[in-house]
Ligand binder design. Structure first.
Ligand SMILES: [Zn+2]
Length: 313
């Protein structure tokens, strides 16, 4: 859990981290702003909350009494630079990639998590977390799709790399409902240059068009899906799909990655329906924004880099 924040500094000192992160992050000025979704505060957040149900979910739409649900809108100026946050250490083995399958909600790339080969540590994490799977969320159109937003800016897709705490828990199932059980790296996806490594996944999507279908991927290095600049925000949150457990340390990369229009279009050719069912396109598979609740006052996202000077107040 993140501690109380004071004027750009965190009082949290239990982590033992000492190195400062000095890499600067460029201002988003000049970026075209996407249409805004509802903010995560006030009446519209409550409306979002009641809308937090997706017809493909088999589980609950909300957690009774939940106070740290995800996703959230990240207010850049309210995020707090934490000089104690170290860079995240990422080590993935391409050979631990198992297969890709159509869950009916998104396509998911699974990894062998029986050993420590692929995982993350450092940053806000006090343990090693093993990579379990990654998946994307995307919209029916380019104007929506990401789960998190930044100052109301929506991206057309968002990648989630899901890891579990292999020091505290025996397996993913136990970790997902446990304290500090899960760490998810979120990466915004914007339209731009063709992503050559992603094409390896795009090529097999026709094989998993229907819900429940599975296909081999071969060795795949997931770090190729991370931005070159690894500055991030971190905050305590939840899974964005059932069981919506509040066990997640979110690590949201500030920089997006780019994919080509036809690559995102390939995501939208997938179906949420199984063979013999009425065809349903797999689109808009994101959860609406959730209220910050008490995180607004004492749990704003921590940032691993300072905002540009022009953003300092
Ligand atoms: Zn996700």
């Amino acid at each position: 859990m993140l501690g109380t924040l004071v004027l750009g500094r965190s009082l949290r000192n239990a982590s033992g981290f000492s190195a400062s992160v000095t890499q600067l992050w460029g201002a988003p000025r000049g970026h075209p702003r996407r249409p805004e979704r509802c903010c995560s505060q006030g009446p519209c957040a409550q409306r979002n909350r009641s809308d937090a149900w997706h017809p493909l979910w088999k589980g609950p739409a909300s957690v009774p009494g939940g106070t740290r649900q995800s996703p959230v809108n990240i207010h850049w100026r309210d995020s707090v630079y934490d000089p104690q946050l170290q860079p995240l250490r990422v080590s993935y083995a391409a050979a631990s990639c198992l297969h890709v399958w159509n869950t009916g909600y998104f396509f998911q790339v699974e990894f062998d998590d029986s050993a420590e080969e692929s995982g993350i540590c450092g940053g806000p994490l006090e343990n090693h977390y093993r990579l379990k799977q990654f998946h994307f969320h995307w919209g029916a159109t380019d104007e929506r799709g990401s789960e998190h937003t930044v100052d109301g800016r929506v991206y057309p897709a968002e990648l989630h790399l899901v890891h579990w705490n292999s020091v505290k828990y025996r397996n993913y199932t136990d970790a997902v409902v446990g304290e500090n059980g899960v760490a998810v790296i979120g990466v915004f996806v914007k339209l731009g240059a063709r992503h050559e490594e992603l094409q390896k996944l795009v090529r097999v999507l026709p094989e998993i068009k229907l819900k429940g279908a599975r296909a081999a991927v071969g060795p795949f290095q997931p770090s190729c899906l991370l931005p070159a600049c690894r500055d991030y925000w971190t905050y305590p949150g939840s899974l964005t799909t059932p069981p919506l457990s509040e066990s997640v340390t979110w690590i949201v990369q500030k920089r997006p990655i780019e994919v080509a229009q036809d690559q995102l279009a390939a995501f939208r050719t997938l179906l949420s329906s199984a063979l013999g069912e009425e065809e349903r396109s797999m689109v808009d598979n994101y959860r609406p924004l959730q209220p910050l609740m008490n995180r607004k006052r004492d749990g704003n996202p921590h940032a691993s880099s300072r905002p540009p000077d022009s953003w300092m107040s």
